[in-house]
Design a protein around this ligand. Structure first.
Ligand code: A3P
Length: 345
């Protein structure tokens, strides 16, 4: 299985004018879907966070968080109406805080390894280091029509649940790679992330509150379990089109999982590359250590600061925060939701 993927030229942070244009386009989209969104069930989580339920999942709507509305439900509706996938596209899908940044880094480094060399000398100039994994692989929700008309470039990230993806993604020949993470670790990562974003003097969010909302499925693109189930089932039904990875397996057996990823996205490593250490170089470039060090200075709590995507990068950190009772509850929910499915929790 092999198919061409266009090289992507990373864009560094967008200019103020571009940001203005993006907001203006988003405002038009918000207006277009106003009536449809008003009819949706909604929950007011706090004064800054209102979620509405669309096709079984919870989303922000309108402008949210630093006026960055890229992940709002209106963007998804517009994509469903307008987006045309190309058969050569590769979508890297995930729930928030489940390994998106890592998967994007690996996908980008693999597909662009001929263009951006990864030996020790050139590592410092690699776009994953000089820009960020999220610049290199933008989100479908934010870039496809809001900002970058030549969206394609072959490789996009998305948090949209499988069942709400634009129809052209499902019906075209493109590949989808999903990364799943243990729900307990994802929850703790999410809680830390939300508090990092609030490092502006407002009081921290309590873990109890985040836990309660998470259990009710009330996280962006949640319920978490349903999100994973959609992609998992698709990977069984369409194994050549949808690959289901886990953060934990990627940690445990990085070498083989990276080879599996490369082969699935049509960019298998040659025997020479395996022998000359190219696979290992990609793994090291995309490692938590390398990327977090490269971006650690950039952690000012805004959406555009890349450092906020790196915290610990370990498996099992949730035991340091969750009570025995919380773990029991989360395991019970997962057991029930994932019943009969081989999804780890
Ligand atoms: P922790 O908060 O548990 O450390 P996402 O990229 O979906 O936002 O997920 C963020 C989580 O992935 C964070 O987990 C972050 O530290 C971890 N992470 C980011 N880059 C990583 C990498 N290259 N390797 C492993 N984990 C990474």
């Amino acid at each position: 299985m092999s198919f061409p993927v266009a090289f992507y030229s990373p864009v560094a942070s967008i200019t103020q004018d571009e940001e203005k244009a993006r907001k203006a386009k988003m405002a038009i989209i918000i207006e277009r879907y106003k009536e449809k969104v008003l009819a949706l069930p909604r929950k007011e989580i706090d004064t800054n966070l209102h979620l509405c339920k669309y096709e079984g999942f919870w989303y922000h709507h309108g402008f949210w968080l630093h006026s960055n509305a890229n992940f709002s439900v209106e963007a998804i509706m517009a994509l469903q109406d307008e987006f045309q996938a190309l058969p050569t596209d590769v979508f890297l899908a995930s729930q928030v805080k489940s390994g998106t940044t890592w998967l994007k880094s690996l996908g980008f480094a693999i597909l662009n390894r001929a263009k951006f060399k990864i030996d020790k000398d050139s590592c410092a100039t690699h776009p994953l280091i000089t820009t960020s994994p999220h610049d290199c692989v933008p989100f479908l929700e934010s870039e496809s029509f809001l900002n970058n008309p030549s969206y394609a470039n072959g490789l996009m990230g998305t948090h949209i649940p499988y069942t709400s993806l634009p129809q052209s993604i499902i019906s075209s020949d493109c590949r989808i790679v999903y990364i799943h993470r243990n729900p307990k670790d994802m929850l703790i990562s999410f809680w830390h992330f939300m508090n990092t974003l609030r490092e502006d003097g407002s009081s921290p969010i309590k873990l109890d509150d985040t836990f309660e909302l998470f259990c009710k499925g009330l996280t962006p693109n949640g319920p978490f379990w349903d999100h994973a189930i959609g992609y998992y089932k698709a990977s069984l039904e369409r194994p050549n089109k949808v690959l289901f990875l886990t953060y934990e397996k990627l940690k445990e057996d990085t070498y083989n999982e990276v080879k599996r990823l490369a082969s699935f996205i049509g960019s298998s490593f040659t025997k020479e590359e395996e022998d000359d250490g190219s696979v290992q170089e990609i793994i090291e470039l995309c490692s938590f250590k390398k990327l977090s060090e490269a971006h650690k200075g950039n952690k000012d709590g805004s959406h555009s600061s890349n450092g906020i995507y790196f915290r610990k990068g370990t498996v099992g950190d949730s035991v340091n925060y969750l009570t025995t009772e919380m773990i029991k509850t989360l395991d019970e929910i997962a057991k029930e939701k994932f019943d009969g499915l081989n999804i780890s929790f």
